[in-house]
Design a protein. Sequence first.
Length: 643
Amino acid sequence: MTNNRPHTPLLDQVNAPEDLKRLSDDELCQLADELRAETVSAVSETGGHLGAGLGVVELTTAVHAVFDTPKDRLIWDVGHQCYPHKILTGRRDRIRTLRQGGGLSGFTKRSESPYDPFGTAHSSTSISAALGFAVARDLGGSPDHGLGDAIAVIGDGAMSAGMAYEAMNNAGHLGKRLIVILNDNEMSIAPPVGAMSTYLSRLYAGEPFQELKSAAKSAISLLPEPFQDGAKRAKDMVKHMTVGGTLFEQLGFSYVGPIDGHDMEQLLNVLRTVKQRATGPMLIHVLTKKGKGYAPAEASLDKYHGVGKFDVISGKQHKAPSNAPSYTKVFAQSLIKEAAKDDKIVAVTAAMPDGTGLDLFGAQYPSRCFDVGIAEQHAVTFCAALAAGGMKPFCTMYSTFLQRGYDQVVHDVAIQRLPVRFAIDRAGLVGADGQTHAGSFDIGFLANLPDFVVLAAADEAELVHMVATAASINDRPSAFRFPRGEGVGVELPETGIPLEIGKGRIVQHGSRVAILSFGARLSECLKAAESLTAKGITPTVADARFAKPLDHALIRELVANHEALITIEEGAVGGFGSHVAQFLSDEGIFDTGLKFRSMVLPDTFVDQDSPAKMYEVAGMNAPQIEAKALEVLGVAQIGKARA
């Protein structure tokens, strides 16, 4: 709505970062205010990640004003704070298409702009990427990739991940000119955890950069609240540090900070000095406030990390009413009920307590809930040892985040046959977060592990039973997956009842063609069955429940009584359908003339859109399932179907 558009006379003159070079420092301050207002206005229309971007408005403006992007490579860790960056880099005319089909990505994306040199969406990759660009620069990489500085902007939450330290260790060893800006807002998605969050502002500039401290005006007395208290704690802690400097300096970085990330004068002075003087790895510690400048975000506990469309004046979010609970909430409530019956149950997540529902579990059982920070590898091995120590851990992650801990799943859990329960949220296509957050691969990478039990919930009632099932499995690892968003509206059982391991169910009896669903496409299969029945073909519809172990008896029954079998799953090739095909091959069933088809996600990364449209692109909605059934039966017309 145009009546909500802010007045932005300076921003209206900016089409690219070079336009910032002709502005005075005072004008850059005004531009930052306009950029913040435009960011709030845009996200109010699209929804998305708001708080993180508001916290880096001044930093974004200053970096683009001082450095020569895109020749200088600017890499935003995670990328959810990049909306102001996109506005300043020629994409303002499309900013109100954020996270929509055919619109701008909610993260940085190489194919979208030369100002996005490296695609991001998961955390803690920026320093590794920046170091790669720095080495490529010094080795004379191709001219079209530029020969400028490499700048990584990484948050304090992302600094809790081991990958950031692996990169810093390597960067310190190589000694390349590299600029890392630590955006310390004392909050990632949830409040940060771990020793690093208590360490970060304790610091002082090394000898080679003493003048930077002066340029930053970083004396404690000059810092605004709430930064003074943190800096005083830092000073106290420095007294107890060993001679030789800070952790960052020990890793080979020259350090400056902390500086006020909302003071344009400080930012510009420090960045200009660093650009002029830095020779090796440099870390600039910037203190910011998530949600800065927008009162509803500042007042919110999560600082408006992720929001739907909202009213700019009140901050009230517009949420469509629903009669069905979210899968995430059903999982959390089910786990709480199981934990009430068994004090050995514990829950672990990696910096996503709210997103996984473990905030609810933690409120009920604080001593049995662990947020380990952005450290998925550690979370998995931590759970493995919890299991070895007699506890019943539920390792709760998004599907795409579990990918980061896969070696530990294999080495520390599967090989040792430890009963870790993996609760996998955001299975399948997830909508606006797009390719980087789609849970496409977990069926394949878990079901191929020996002795793993792998389940998928067809609806929210099934999820309740699968939580109980996982709690009951004490002799091997297990995983159950469920999608993002609301359930289908079925009645929930009062309590979960453990399922018989490896046993599926027939939901609807029919003939000729059997549709065997694994996961939440079951509702679409039933819609397709209803339409097929109207055409004279009533298919059998079954819910596999388990990808491993397969229900061999169910599959044999389906193939014995039907001329065709179709499997469908919210996962990539190599998953449930592949396991069914392997079984059919081993049993020699293909020799009987069975017609078999497997419907999986396409061999491509499906771009952002609404989940329904994404599944349409993937060919996995009811009309496509119906078409597949008609195709495999060789029926092209309604008349032939009735014949």
